[in-house]
Design a protein around this ligand. Structure first.
Ligand code: ADP
Length: 391
């Protein structure tokens, strides 16, 4: 059966069509610059790529163009072949503890949660509405970035802020990248041959977060109320002393929104190095002797290891560390910088295995903690969730 996994942004729709339960990818594609006369539409399948520029004034038109193209190129013989659509939704709050079949009430709840995720939930909802209108008889499922982390206990998800902030305004740690943390931790348990495990998943991409997963359940994660918390990322600062924000507001004579913008878009790798938010650029600069590029990776590696140490203690041990996402899967340098700092936990990296691509065990046979690279697949995870909710 064919399932579509959809990630809708404010001006884009990314999608993947998967054959289930084989989990084989049939097509991927993206509609960009929705709302303009020169929007672009790209699909890839069978190793070929088709691209066209056209007017796409809203998400509904975007969805129609996607479906027409799939038929035109013979990927589908009719839209009735699509038996389910899974939508990535960023914030599920405490309302959603698992993925859910979308109805009018669910859609409204997703929109209402937009208060906490104004850049994401409204856009996700727009995508859902467009697909529901065009495929009204097909099951549509919301898969949230936050639900995997809903198993955290209060001591892990509460901040040291007034308790009423939590009860009245929902101020707590939610965590993000949940589909990736779930996919990778499930795969690690398969590789370890047990569910009775203590894992740390390091999802390190442009956005980055860690999770501590005990017996298949998330017990802690580094992102918080928003994806800004944690360690430095491509352009995000990660956690800082909260008093810095009002101090710098005065020093720079800017608004608090502008400070949040700087912490989200001009910090992390980019802010520390002054060069780029892309780890490949930093690695090249390091080879040329650029000290601030090295510092950007050093600060990130140090803080990642801080989280690993704290999760080790919180879980009472550790069986495996799993690296995933753009940087986690591809940067042998950062993995080594992290593993070298973990000698005290008995982590021993196999330098040769660390250079390889794809899924691999990259620790030595003597290592007390196994270290894996496990490529993530959020779309497969979304399609699995759709399957599990289909009657
Ligand atoms: P996001 O989904 O958060 O945008 P990704 O998971 O795609 O991020 O990761 C993007 C990061 O992955 C970039 O910093 C990029 O440099 C890095 N990356 C991708 N491929 C490689 C590679 N071959 N070597 C090193 N880094 C890579």
């Amino acid at each position: 059966m064919k399932i579509m996994a959809v990630n809708a942004g404010s001006s884009s729709i990314k999608f993947q069509l998967l054959d289930m339960p084989s989990e084989k990818q049939i097509t991927t594609g993206i509609v960009e610059r929705i709302g303009s006369d020169n929007a672009s539409f790209t699909i890839k399948f069978d190793g070929q790529k088709y691209q066209k520029t056209t007017s796409i004034l809203n998400h509904g038109v975007g969805v129609s163009i996607i479906l027409e193209a799939l038929i035109e190129h013979g990927v589908l013989s009719s839209i009735n072949e699509i038996e389910g659509v899974g939508h990535r939704v960023v914030q599920g709050g405490e309302v959603f503890k698992s993925s859910v079949v979308i109805n009018d009430q669910v859609l409204q709840q997703i929109i209402d949660l937009g208060d906490m995720a104004p850049l994401h939930n409204p856009a996700n909802a727009t995508g859902i509405k467009a697909f529901r209108e065009i495929l009204p008889n097909v099951i549509q499922v919301a898969v949230f970035d936050t639900t995997f982390h809903q198993t955290m206990k209060e001591d892990a998800f509460l901040y040291g802020t007034p308790y009423e902030w939590y009860t009245k305004y929902g101020i707590r740690k939610y965590g993000f990248h949940g589909t990736s943390h779930q996919f990778v931790s499930e795969r690690a348990n398969e590789l370890l041959g047990s569910n009775d495990t203590k894992l740390i998943v390091c999802h390190i991409g442009n956005g980055a977060s860690l999770s501590a997963v005990k017996n298949g359940q998330c017990v802690d994660t580094s992102m918080g109320f928003t994806p800004l918390e944690g360690f430095p990322m491509g352009t995000r600062s990660g956690s800082i002393d909260p008093a810095i924000t009002s101090y710098m507001e005065k020093k720079l004579n800017v608004s608090s929104d502008r400070i949040t913008d700087i912490l989200n878009k001009e910090s992390g790798y980019l802010g520390i190095s002054g060069i780029s938010n892309d780890s490949r650029d930093l690695e090249n600069a390091i080879l040329e002797g650029n000290e601030r590029a090295r510092l950007a990776l050093d600060v990130q590696a140090k803080q990642i290891v801080d989280y690993i140490g704290s999760y080790y203690v919180y879980m009472g041990g550790l069986d495996a560390i799993c690296f995933t996402a753009g940087i986690g899967e591809n940067s042998a340098i950062l993995r080594k910088m992290i593993a070298d700092r973990l000698g005290v936990l008995g982590v021993e990296l196999d330098e040769r295995m660390n250079q390889l691509r794809g899924e691999n065990l990259i620790s030595t046979a003597n290592s007390k903690v196994k270290v894996y690279v496990i490529p993530t697949d959020e779309e497969v995870m979304i399609a699995r969730e759709v399957m599990s909710l289909q009657k």
